[in-house]
Design a protein around this ligand. Structure first.
Ligand code: 5GP
Length: 209
């Protein structure tokens, strides 16, 4: 299913940001900090078939779905993109994106690189941000430090990360997450610049088609 954003006046249309990168790079933490600092930018709540972790709330962290419910969403075009990540399915609800953008609200999708590719194909106006680790060795250290993954799972994630790192030139910008505070500042600056540019474009004389 495609979301026809081009038919609408850009003046009222919210900005869509996609933040992606390898597993363990810290993109969730960066996005969380950015959304906290920018109350008028929302984070899209995805659907997933993975089980909730302690403290996660249905409808807030994710919309937790059974396999059958996820299939149903897929079947009626309820997902703008979806991917299998580490054996579980994750997808962006079309309704989340449509509602936010049509209401003129800016929205961030924090999704894996396979999902980002699908968004880039469907919505080329989406602004994509790749979060990269300083190196694969550092990413390995972080994954090992999490202590939630076994050795096999870490090896698989690193293999995937190697492939994903080669895709970073397809993004509008790359942030190297070497220092969390600095990377957050960089993300905030990128979001602010893009939002400013869009606001300027929308109010430029003769650009109100
Ligand atoms: P976690 O299970 O740790 O919350 O997330 C695992 C991975 O799934 C992360 O890389 C996250 O970015 C990705 N992810 C979360 N939601 C979505 C989504 O809606 N679509 C896609 N393609 N990936 C997602």
């Amino acid at each position: 299913m495609t979301l026809d954003l081009n038919q609408k006046s850009k003046r009222n249309q919210g900005n869509l940001f996609v933040v992606s990168g390898p597993s363990g790079v810290g993109k969730g933490t960066l996005v969380f900090a950015a959304v906290k600092a920018l109350p008028d930018v929302a984070l899209s709540v995805s659907a997933t078939t993975r089980a909730p972790r302690p403290g996660e709330v249905d409808g807030v962290t994710y919309h937790f779905k059974s396999d059958a419910e996820f299939d149903e969403l897929l079947g009626h075009g309820g997902l703008l993109e979806w991917a299998e990540v580490h054996g579980r399915r994750y997808g962006t609800l079309t309704s989340e994106v449509r509602t936010a953008l049509d209401e003129g609200r800016d929205l961030i999708l924090e999704i894996d690189p396979q999902g980002c590719e699908q968004i880039q194909r469907q919505l080329p106006e989406a602004f994509s941000i790749f979060i990269a680790p300083p190196s694969l060795a550092e990413l390995r250290k972080r994954l090992e430090g999490r202590a939630t993954e076994d050795a096999d799972s870490i090896a698989r994630r690193l293999e995937t990360a190697e492939v994903e790192m080669r895709m970073q030139n397809r993004y509008n910008v790359v942030i190297v997450n070497d220092n969390q505070a600095l990377a957050t500042q960089e993300l905030l600056a990128i979001l602010a610049r893009r939002r400013g540019e869009q606001a300027y474009t929308a109010t430029e004389p003769g650009n109100d088609s």
